[in-house]
Ligand binder design. Structure first.
Ligand code: RIB
Ligand code: CA
Length: 380
């Protein structure tokens, strides 16, 4: 599959964590990605640690210029839960990174999201790889956010598969289900307003914009005449991509270093660390993550949710989606955090999301190895 080459302005919302860090490296390694800013949410670890990890990984990637902001340090209504057993006490597994030098932005995350969307109407893709706390606050402050963004791409939810945190909820939605419900509701209201005004599609067709909408946008300036549905990529797709030690070997090859040495290090901390600092980080962070998956999912490898979603945000041909109305359970004693998709149209509501139902995991993994391997070579 030929890779796209247009420029894609991105804001990434992260709870850096191990797969978030891989997503940051992937974005830094992608020539078509214009990283406008990175906003930090509490989730895998607390928000301050997320901000520390995010800046340290951006510096490792040679991108100390990227603006990094921190947002609310707790979910909207609930106590914060973190997951040190999955990502390690500091969120980067067994890896060690020097404390970052780059400063934090003076702007808070929701403020940054709203200001940048207003400054560049219709241009920015907001990719959320974390609980949706920041985005919910931004949407409450700016009801036009769905129309001001080019697209919202969410790593979150489980639409036709079990959850990974409770039987029905995926981690990002589980941490702050109230925020997730506000975000899906904001996009639902924007789509309904379009329909009431006789704009937009009456039924779901495909992913992203139609050329007609691009033509319309040309006449409306950058702000979109119709609201693009949120691209919701949940476990249905992200758990189709399993990163295995052999992928690290291929990545070492692409970086021009010894594959067996990297594979050895990702399997055991007794193996010598790679000289290349990007590869050393990957091996030590992913070894922790793979040990977790060995226990929790019975394979020595890793579901790398976040970079799959960034890759799809840059090239939505990597996923196949179906338009559907999505809402989030917040009250259930055992079902809070469930993303409920109305596949049979029983609610009679318009689709507010394009939910990914299939993904090209092989193409994604090949692109990840190629791009992050090339980044490691450049940084080596
Ligand atoms: O459920 C997977 C998601 O939760 C990923 O974003 C991972 O980083 C964790 O935040
Ligand atoms: Ca994440």
């Amino acid at each position: 599959m030929a890779q796209p080459r247009r420029s894609v302005p991105l804001i990434l919302d992260v709870d850096t964590g191990i797969d978030d860090s891989l997503a940051l490296l992937y974005a830094c390694a992608s020539p078509e990605a214009e990283i406008v800013a990175v906003t930090c949410s509490a989730g895998n670890v607390d928000a301050r640690q997320v901000a520390e990890n995010t800046r340290a990984v951006l510096e490792l990637a040679g991108r100390p210029d990227v603006e990094v902001a921190v947002g609310r340090e707790a979910p909207l209504l609930r106590e914060l839960v973190t997951t040190p057993e999955t990502h390690g006490p500091r969120g980067i597994g067994w890896a060690e990174l020097p404390p970052p030098v780059m400063p934090l932005s003076p702007r808070r995350s929701p403020e940054l999201i709203v200001e940048e969307a207003r400054r560049r109407p219709g241009e920015i893709t907001l990719v959320t790889l974390a609980p949706l706390t920041n985005v919910a606050i931004a949407a409450l402050r700016e009801p036009e956010l769905p129309r001001l963004l080019r697209r919202l791409v969410i790593m979150g939810g489980a639409y036709r598969v079990p959850g990974n945190t409770t039987p029905v909820s995926e981690w990002n939605v589980h941490v702050d289900p109230d925020a997730a419900r506000i975000v899906f509701g904001a996009w639902a209201r924007a789509v309904e307003a379009d329909m009431a005004a006789g704009r937009g599609e009456t039924a779901g067709t495909g992913v992203g914009r139609t050329s007609a909408e691009d033509v319309q946008r040309a006449s409306w300036g950058n702000a979109s005449p119709t609201v693009p549905r949120a691209l919701a990529i949940g476990l249905d797709v992200t758990e189709q991509a399993r990163l295995l030690p052999r992928h690290l070997g291929a990545l070492a090859d692409r970086a021009g270093t010894a594959a067996p040495a990297l594979e050895a290090r990702v399997r055991s901390g007794d193996a010598p660390p790679p000289e290349n600092l990007v590869l050393r980080y990957l091996a030590d962070a992913l070894r922790f993550y793979m040990e977790f998956h060995e226990t929790s999912d019975h394979f020595y490898g890793a579901f790398i949710h976040d970079p799959f979603v960034v890759a799809a945000a840059l090239d939505d041909r990597l996923v196949r989606t179906e338009p559907v109305a999505v809402d989030v359970e917040t009250g259930g004693a055992i079902s809070a955090g469930q993303t409920v998709a109305d596949w049979r149209h029983l609610w009679g509501r318009p689709a507010n999301a394009d939910v990914a139902v299939e993904g090209d995991a092989d193409a994604f993994l090949e692109r990840l190895v190629d791009r992050v391997g090339a980044l490691a070579a450049r940084r080596g």
